[in-house]
Design a protein around this ligand. Structure first.
Ligand SMILES: NC(=O)c1ccc[n+]([C@@H]2O[C@H](COP(=O)([O-])OP(=O)(O)OC[C@H]3O[C@@H](n4cnc5c(N)ncnc54)[C@H](OP(=O)(O)O)[C@@H]3O)[C@@H](O)[C@H]2O)c1
Length: 297
C-alpha cells in the first residue's frame, strides 16, 4: 500500500510513521527540506498526489495554534479547510482514500454529556470553525474519507499541555490549572495505532468510511490531568516534588480563543465499527511518563 503522509514533524504525524511502517510504503512530507509539501501550495499538493499515486493520503498536518488562529484567520482557513479540500479532491481523482484529523473544538461545549458524531456543531473559535470547514470539504470532495475528531493530544515528541505542566512543576511551588474544561487526554501513539488498525479494516470494508470520534477512554479536567501527571512523574523520578496545584475556572484564565467546557466525545461508533477498545487516558499518561523517564537514563 502507498501512503502520502503530511505533518510528520507534528505529534500525530511522527507517531504515524512508526505505526504505518509495517503496512505501507510511506511518502513523507513535512520536514523542512525539499520534501516539505506546503499545504498552502495547492499546485504542489495536486502534483504530489498525481506523481506518487498513493492508495491513501493521510493529513496529520494542520494549523494547530488555537489562539494564533484568532489573528491569523486567513492562514488557518487555508491550512485547515482549503488545503484538505484540495488534497481530498486530488486523492478522489486517482481513486485514493483520505484520512483527516479534526477536533472536539467543532462543538460549543454546552451540557455535560459526551457528544456523538450526529450532534450539531457550533465552534466557539476560529480554529474550530476552520477545522469544521475542513471536515465538510473533505467529506464533500472524497466519499472514501475517514475523518477522526480527537482531543487534547500529547506525545513525547512535540509541544503539548503535559510537557508544559512538567516544565512548570519542576520550577514552581504552585501552579494554577483550569478545572472546568472536561475532555479526554489522548496520546498520539494511540491515535496512530488506532488509525492504522482502522485503515487495515477499510481495505476490506469500504462501508466503514465516514466521520468518527477517536479519543482515549475516561474523562478529566486539565486540573485532574495535571495532578495525575505530576504524581506519576514524581513516582518515576522525573519530579522531585509535586507542586501545589490550584484549580481555577476558564474565566480566571482568559485566552484569545474561547474553549469549550464540555469536550466529551462518544467513541462508540469508532469502537463498534472497527472492533477496537480505547484504553483509559491514564494508561496513555503512564506510558508517556515512563517514556520520558527512560529517555533521561
Ligand atoms: N494537538 C491537539 O491537542 C489536537 C486536538 C484535536 C485535534 N487535533 C488535530 O490533530 C491533527 C494533528 O495535530 P498535532 O497535535 O499532531 O499537530 P502539531 O503537532 O501541531 O503538528 C502540526 C503539523 O502540521 C504541519 N503544518 C503546519 N502548517 C503546514 C503547512 N502549511 N504545510 C505543511 N505542513 C504544515 C507542521 O509542520 P511544520 O512543523 O513543518 O510546520 C506539523 O508537522 C491536526 O489536524 C489537529 O488539528 C489536534
Amino acid at each position: 500500500m502507498k501512503v502520502i503522509l503530511l505533518g510528520i514533524t507534528g505529534q500525530v504525524g511522527f507517531e504515524l510513521q512508526r505505526a504505518l511502517a509495517p503496512i505501507a510504503e510511506v511518502y513523507r512530507s513535512g520536514y523542512g527540506d525539499n520534501m516539505r509539501l506546503d499545504l498552502c501550495d495547492f499546485a504542489g499538493i495536486e502534483k504530489s498526489v498525481r506523481d506518487f499515486v498513493p492508495d491513501v493520503v493521510i493529513n496529520a498536518a494542520g494549523f494547530t495554534a488555537v489562539d494564533k488562529a484568532e489573528t491569523e484567520r486567513e492562514h488557518a482557513t487555508i491550512v485547515n479547510a482549503d488545503a484538505p479540500g484540495v488534497l481530498a479532491r486530488a486523492a478522489a481523482k486517482i481513486g485514493a482514500a483520505i484520512i483527516h484529523y479534526s477536533t472536539d473544538y467543532v462543538f460549543d461545549g454546552e451540557g455535560c454529556e459526551p457528544r456523538s458524531e450526529f450532534a450539531s456543531t457550533s465552534p466557539l473559535n476560529h480554529y474550530g470553525a476552520s477545522k469544521l470547514a475542513g471536515e465538510v470539504v473533505v467529506a464533500t470532495e472524497n466519499a472514501r474519507h475517514l475523518i477522526l475528531r480527537t482531543s487534547w493530544v500529547y506525545a513525547v515528541h512535540g509541544k503539548n499541555f503535559p510537557k508544559t505542566i512538567l516544565r512548570l512543576a519542576s520550577t514552581r511551588d504552585v501552579i494554577s490549572v483550569v478545572s472546568d474544561q472536561i475532555g479526554a487526554p489522548t496520546g498520539a501513539p494511540l491515535l496512530a495505532d488506532a488509525t492504522t488498525h482502522a485503515l487495515l479494516k477499510l481495505l476490506d470494508d469500504s462501508s466503514a468510511f465516514g466521520l468518527y470520534h477517536l479519543v482515549a477512554g475516561g474523562e478529566a479536567s486539565w486540573y485532574e490531568l495535571a495532578i495525575f501527571l505530576c504524581e506519576q512523574a514524581k513516582a518515576q523520578g522525573l519530579l522531585q516534588k509535586v507542586p501545589e496545584i490550584k484549580p481555577i475556572s476558564s474565566v480566571e484564565y482568559p485566552t484569545p480563543a474561547k474553549r469549550p467546557l464540555n469536550s466529551r466525545l462518544s467513541t462508540e461508533k469508532f469502537r463498534t465499527n472497527f472492533s477496537l477498545s480505547l484504553p483509559h487516558w491514564k494508561d496513555g499518561i503512564n506510558h508517556f511518563v515512563l517514556e520520558l523517564a527512560r529517555a533521561k537514563l
